[in-house]
Design a protein around this ligand. Structure first.
Ligand SMILES: *[C@@H]1O[C@H](CO)[C@@H](O)[C@H](O)[C@H]1NC(C)=O
Ligand SMILES: *[C@@H]1O[C@H](CO)[C@@H](O)[C@H](O)[C@H]1NC(C)=O
Ligand SMILES: *[C@@H]1O[C@H](CO)[C@@H](O)[C@H](O)[C@H]1NC(C)=O
Length: 299
């Protein structure tokens, strides 16, 4: 009796195990009919096969190098069923990613697909993290021609760690894999997730949750940063000023600040020592000479 029950249970779950997520088609194809108001069970209704043309199966342009001039330094070209209607019900799609040096595809997951990635150019660090409680990072630096698998639905990332540009192609077992970017889901939702929820969940202070926004950049430091903004639902704008400091009292030559004084030769030796307090050592440093200990000896 038990055996019969077990066998019939296996028989019931077996078809779903072997079929996976998108079942085998019952006709040659089911080109997506985006205009149909018919019932959508999973995917799009089928276009009348008599109206199907070659263009429904075609996408052009994955040879084109993407523009990576953005914060992440990557460009993603991802034709799904929305760009290739002939993919409807077939359970697959593809993606090209271009990477500038250090370019990152940030941690993300595809809620409806596994992914197999091929490095066409460059050196790419990839990794995914297993589910809780292990949260094990499985990661590798890939070279041209290497192939790597991101299992179904797990968070993963890529970064170009080579010295030139990189290109990867990937294939996913869904016509519409979807993307959940970890940072956007937590910090970029609309409306925002309550800061107290994130404080507690992430064990951080909410002041670090908003991405600091650079308002004015100094020559080699961030002069003015907006850390929290009313635009992002904070009760106030909160910004931070950075000032570089000199230690020790000193006097600069006029030529140090003003180009015209420099050109007119207002070097340190044109300062009037009478107006400066205390004993002074006048050091003669020629304009084409570096300041070294020897200058003091010659002074
Ligand atoms: C690349 O994108 C940047 C930022 O959007 C833009 O300024 C630049 O003109 C683009 N370059 C090309 C070649 O399209
Ligand atoms: C707060 O910062 C935002 C930029 O995020 C700016 O648009 C807004 O004018 C600022 N408000 C005040 C009161 O300074
Ligand atoms: C001054 O120092 C720099 C850096 O060490 C060096 O490249 C340059 O040749 C030096 N100039 C003179 C005149 O010694």
């Amino acid at each position: 009796m038990n055996l019969i029950l077990t066998l019939s249970f296996v028989a019931i779950i077996w078809p779903s195990l072997v079929l996976g997520h998108e079942p085998s088609p019952l006709q040659d194809f089911c080109v997506a009919d985006f205009n149909s108001i018919g019932v959508r069970v999973n995917g799009f209704p089928c276009l009348n096969p008599k109206q199907v043309t070659v263009d429904h199966f075609l996408f052009k342009g994955l040879n084109i190098v993407g523009n990576t001039s953005n914060y992440l330094g990557v460009s993603v070209n991802r034709p799904t069923v929305n760009e290739i209607p002939g993919l409807n019900t077939l359970g697959m799609s593809t993606v090209r990613v271009d990477y500038a040096v250090s370019g990152v595809v940030p941690p993300h997951r595809h809620p409806r697909a596994s992914e197999i990635l091929v490095v066409l150019e460059g050196t790419v660090l990839v990794g995914f993290v297993t589910s809780s409680p292990e949260n094990k990072l499985i990661s590798k630096v890939l070279e041209k021609g290497d192939v790597f698998v991101f299992p179904f639905g797990l968070f993963h990332f890529q970064q170009n760690v080579g010295s030139g540009n990189a290109i990867t192609m990937a294939f996913l077992n869904s016509q519409n894999p979807g993307v959940v970017i970890a940072a956007n889901a937590m910090f970029g939702s609309s409306p925002r997730i309550d800061a107290d929820v994130l404080d507690r969940a992430l064990e951080v202070d909410s002041s670090v949750i908003e991405k600091p926004y650079l308002i004015y950049k100094g020559s080699n430091f961030n002069f003015l940063m907006l850390l929290r903004s009313m635009k992002n639902d904070f009760d106030f704008n909160f910004s931070e000023l950075n000032f570089p400091l000199h230690a020790d009292t000193h006097v600069d030559a006029p030529g140090h600040f003003y180009e015209n004084y420099f050109e007119q030769g207002f070097d340190a030796d044109t300062l009037d020592l009478i107006v400066l307090n205390g004993p002074e050592l006048l050091v003669d440093v020629l304009r084409d000479e570096n300041i070294t200990g020897m200058c003091a000896w010659n002074g």
